[in-house]
Unconditional design. Structure first.
Ligand code: ADP
Length: 259
């Protein structure tokens, strides 16, 4: 049994925090600006995403989704509260150590594929490891390429790949280093529904077959329904925390959050 920490009972799923969880936010507050112009993008968010969970984050525009993701990934500094990423309290870390933690333990997939156009699919996938001074294990590269269905296209440059294939390269790049957490920000936002579904299936497979932990921000209720859990933000606070909801349940909870 993991030790648990009692927090204010916002919801059954968040009132006991798993201290081993690779992603944890405790009392997270982010204020932008001062005085009358101040905006509280996060108003005391408590969240723990356990190992091997696929957690989607949804909410109306301006509800704080991107701000939350950036804080959980150590890309922004909170006004108050703490973030623990892979067991590290980010507030106590110097910039260099934080950069190294992000590089070694965090994978990112964004709406834009962010591939280097002069490199092949395979070179893009192994680039982060190369930059970290590590050699990619050829068997693992092979396995990841097969997992994302790009074995045949491994030597293609991004311009010779479809959008869906390019995003699959980005997913392969993110999972190759076996990160503690994969953060995905609108990963299907630039894709048609078939290509989007293929990318979501890959993320699902990374959770089911590899035990990958994923936090994904999405606007799309059908994408969120692929996750194990859907957290809904409104006005900088968690207003719903749903266990494996289907798409209609996600839509209903979103409608409620938007009132
Ligand atoms: P979402 O991703 O759900 O659309 P955001 O996290 O982008 O929401 O924004 C939450 C709130 O914080 C919004 O009111 C937004 O205008 C504000 N905000 C976000 N980033 C900044 C910033 N850099 N400066 C000032 N306000 C910001």
């Amino acid at each position: 049994m993991s030790p648990t920490l009692a927090l204010s009972p916002v919801h059954p799923l968040v009132d006991a925090v798993d201290l081993d969880a690779p992603v944890q936010a405790h009392g997270l507050v982010r204020r932008y600006g001062d005085g009358d112009a101040a905006v509280e993008a996060l108003r005391g968010v408590d969240l723990a995403v356990p190992h091997g969970q696929f957690c989607a984050v949804m909410g109306p525009s301006g509800s704080g989704k991107s701000t939350l993701l950036h804080h959980l990934a150590g890309l922004d500094t909170p006004t108050a509260g703490t973030v623990l990423l892979d067991g590290h309290d980010l507030s106590s870390m110097k910039d260099d150590a934080l950069t190294k933690l992000r590089r070694d333990r965090v994978g990112f997939v964004f709406q834009a594929f962010n591939l280097l156009s002069t490199l092949s699919a395979q070179e893009n996938i192994t680039l982060p490891l190369a930059l970290a001074g590590k050699k990619a294990d050829p068997a693992k590269v092979e396995d990841v390429l097969a997992r994302v269905g790009l074995l045949e296209r491994r030597h293609h440059r991004p311009y010779a790949l479809s959008g869906g294939q390019q995003q699959r390269v980005a997913v392969a790049r993110a999972i190759l280093a076996e990160p503690a957490v994969l953060f995905a920000d609108e990963p299907t936002g630039n894709l048609d529904s078939a290509a989007g579904a293929a990318v979501l299936a890959l993320l699902r497979d990374a959770v089911d077959a590899l035990g990958q932990t994923i936090v994904m921000v999405t606007h799309d209720a059908s994408a969120a329904a692929v996750a194990d859990r859907v957290v809904i933000l409104a006005d900088g606070a968690i207003v719903a925390d749903l266990d494996a909801p289907d798409e209609p349940a996600v839509v209903a909870a979103l409608r409620e959050a938007s009132r």
